[in-house]
Design a protein around this ligand. Structure first.
Ligand SMILES: Nc1ncnc2c1ncn2[C@@H]1O[C@H](COP(=O)(O)OP(=O)(O)OP(=O)(O)O)[C@@H](O)[C@H]1O
Length: 686
């Protein structure tokens, strides 16, 4: 088919490394000469120490790379280790990546015939991969390589997961597969796994990237990108702003960027789209995009210097790590190491400025919300987001129009919990996931891959999924409760949640939840496993009178008041003893408190159980109705009734939990006093 098989030597001394032409997280790519064959090659040098927790993964993927045989896929000639490094020898693609070409000469993106030509080749590569049971998972301009003669190869398949690892186990567990701007919503969510269609989404994003010179949302930090991808209508080509592009291009992009993967075409079907009739031959690319380009090594050096300059400038400006990493991302450094802590920090940043926007006039805020359903001040909106709005109205069958308030509310109901759930679900997904996809033989029609079994979830992921399902029901409940609230709305953390709505907490990777931020946040609260069931400001709970008292310390949602520090025990229990009371007289009080706690605990557990049963029942109904997109569901009367029950149960649980918390605190204080007294007594005895 392609290049006849040559025997590339497996020894570093047979290669002469020249200049560096590319860089990833743990790999650098060099132009090199294979001395015995007198052939210019590219060598990707992987630092195995940085991938030391996934050597098998690397080996397996490099093997796959060697077995691949398609003119539009970058295959490995051979690979071998030398010292701590793994060398992967590949064909040298003298034009570099489409991203590099755009950065150097086409910052505003390519012309349509160029895009059609590039994408058709990529699509052929995807058809081959999908037919062989592979999901690329990282389709983007940075991985579309162009040779000196305009031939195109899709690179970097499979090894991406190990390359994103930074070395230690924890980081690798918290690592995403793919790059957020290009990542399909279902990959972020991990609700039901994902399949080949994830590549079709990335393909659509890549089309936009090639059209504009950057991917949608690329100027935002990863966490924000996740939120936008999940919450906003899919991005697309705008009828106004993108006038220069044809209707068929717009339609092709819209077909790829449908949130429901089942509604996206397969790669093979997509190739039949009229847009690809505009595709030309390789020499057209040679003439249009390669002509006049300086050698790849020079371009790479220049881009690197430019990026280093920007980094220095940003360091001077902001002087902190978070800004630097965000800037790196904004400039399009393709490989990004995702760390849970970074993402949490970014989530906190997002809430911060959403809070600012929320103190404004609700009307203004609602207007701001109308752009894509996320509370953002206008200056934070990218042109794509404005586009999206237009697209919603023009382009997408499944998109929400700006004035559809119920839909907007549904969308907001998921914010900001679902993206964090999504983050949780993205953990522990590794190369093995790909291996679990049942491969289709080359003879099978890839069009039939529409219903292919999704990637299997690990047992942990399954648990997470169950938890997510429960949360989904709670989210529905939230949107229901909101719909019956009248009068001016209060806002918190970017959603349209009134203060008296039960607010299920955000999920983190360890299965614990983070508490929603109070309006004037002091610090996050990670204490106590039962706290995730707390409600916010329940009208009929004990918290009401507590909230009136001067706040001594505010932690997360919980306020510790002076009253709590010198508590009066409810239910006619005696006030805490003074130090003059003998220790023995405290025991009945303590026993009674303990008993009280135990019975409350049982009550709570019972309530949790019934909440879970109710919510999982609801979820099943949704699943059976075949509607996986929570934001699109309008509850039936039966569901409403169940949701109301859930709300009531939640309220009781929340109230009980708060009481329990208070009791716990008092217990602790009493215990302390007891031990003080005991100490005193023992000193006296001595
Ligand atoms: N065979 C090649 N010929 C020329 N340039 C190459 C070749 N392979 C890779 N490059 C360049 O090196 C860059 C980094 O390579 P590669 O994509 O394999 O690394 P990575 O760490 O996997 O990065 P990422 O996953 O972010 O794309 C590419 O974006 C491309 O510009």
């Amino acid at each position: 088919m392609e290049v006849p098989k040559k025997n590339f030597p497996l020894n570093a001394k047979d290669y002469k490394l020249y200049e560096e032409v590319g860089e990833g997280v743990s790999a650098s790519v060099y132009r090199a000469l294979c001395v015995p064959l007198n052939e210019i090659v590219a060598i990707k040098v992987l630092d195995l120490e940085k991938c030391n927790n996934d050597l098998d993964g690397i080996r397996r993927e490099v093997q796959t790379m060697s077995l691949i045989n398609h003119p539009n896929l970058l295959r490995a000639y051979c690979s071998f280790t030398t010292g701590h490094d793994l060398w992967v020898v590949m064909p040298y693609m003298a034009g570099g990546s489409c991203l590099h070409i755009m950065k150097s000469s086409f910052p505003e993106g390519f012309e349509e015939p160029v895009i059609a030509t590039l994408l058709r080749e990529v699509l052929k590569a995807l058809i081959y991969l999908h037919a062989h049971g592979h999901i690329h998972r990282d389709v983007k301009a940075g991985n579309i390589l162009v040779d000196y003669n305009g031939t195109i190869k899709l690179a970097d398949f499979g090894v991406s997961a190990c390359m994103f690892d930074a070395g230690d186990r924890q980081r690798s567990r918290n690592t995403f597969v793919g790059t957020p701007c290009w990542m399909a919503p279902e990959v972020m969510q991990q609700l039901h796994g994902y399949d080949f269609k994830a590549d079709i989404w990335s393909f659509g994003i890549t089309a936009l990237e090639l059209a504009h010179g950057h991917a949608p949302f690329s100027k935002y930090p990863p966490m924000k990108v996740l939120l936008m991808t999940l919450q906003n209508a899919p991005p697309g080509l705008d009828y106004e702003r993108d006038k220069k592009f044809s209707k068929s291009f717009k339609e092709m992009v819209a077909a790829c960027l449908v949130k429901d993967p089942k509604k996206r075409p397969s790669s093979e079907k997509l190739l039949k789209h009229p847009f690809f009739k505009h595709a030309k031959t390789a020499d057209y690319l040679e003439r249009t995009i390669l002509d006049g380009l300086s050698p790849l090594g020079d371009r790479f050096r220049m881009l690197k210097a430019k990026e280093a300059d920007l980094l220095v400038q940003n360091k001077d400006l902001y002087g902190d790590k978070d800004h630097l990493s965000q800037q790196e991302y904004i400039r399009g450094i393709s490989a990004w190491n995702f760390n849970l802590e970074d993402l949490k920090n970014q989530a906190a940043l997002i809430n911060d400025y959403d809070e600012i926007s929320n103190v404004e006039d609700p009307k203004t805020t609602e207007q701001q919300n109308r752009v894509n359903g996320v509370t953002l001040p206008p200056e934070k909106l990218s042109p794509e987001m404005h586009n999206d709005d237009n697209n919603n109205n023009n382009n997408h069958s499944d998109a929400k129009t700006a004035d559809e308030i119920p839909n907007l509310e549904n969308s907001l109901a998921l914010f900001p919990i679902e993206p964090l759930q999504a983050l949780e679900g993205c953990f522990d997904i590794c190369e093995d996931d790909v291996a679990t996809v049942s491969p289709t033989g080359p003879d099978e029609n890839p069009l039939d891959t529409e219903q292919k079994s999704p990637v299997k979830l690990s047992p942990k992921a399954k648990d997470q999924e169950t938890e997510r399902e429960n949360i989904e029901s709670l989210l529905l409940k939230k949107s229901l409760q909101r719909s019956i609230i009248t009068g001016p709305k209060k806002y918190m953390s970017g959603s349209l949640l009134p203060d008296n709505v039960v607010f299920p907490n955000k999920l983190f990777s360890n299965g614990e939840r983070e508490h929603p931020q109070p309006r004037f946040r002091v610090e996050r609260n990670y204490s106590g496993p039962l706290q995730h069931l707390h409600k916010n400001n329940m009208s009929n709970s004990l918290s009401d009178d507590v909230s009136e008292k001067p706040v001594v310390q505010q932690k997360g949602r919980f306020k510790v008041t002076e009253a709590d520090i010198s508590p009066k025990v409810p239910g006619g229990m005696p006030s805490p003893p003074s130090s003059t009371i003998p220790v023995a007289s405290l025991l009945p009080s303590l026993q009674s408190i303990l008993q009280h706690n135990t019975s409350q605990r049982e009550e709570i557990l019972g309530l949790i159980k019934s909440v879970e049963q109710t919510t999982s029942g609801n979820h099943m109904e949704h699943v059976e109705s075949g509607n996986g997109d929570i934001s699109q569901i309008s509850p039936t009367p039966r569901e409403r009734e169940l949701h109301s029950q859930v709300i009531l149960l939640q309220q009781s649980v929340g109230s009980l939990v708060e009481q329990l918390q208070r009791q716990k605190m008092r217990n602790a204080q009493l215990e302390k006093k007891v031990s003080d007294l005991m100490k005193k007594n023992s000193i006296k005895e001595i």
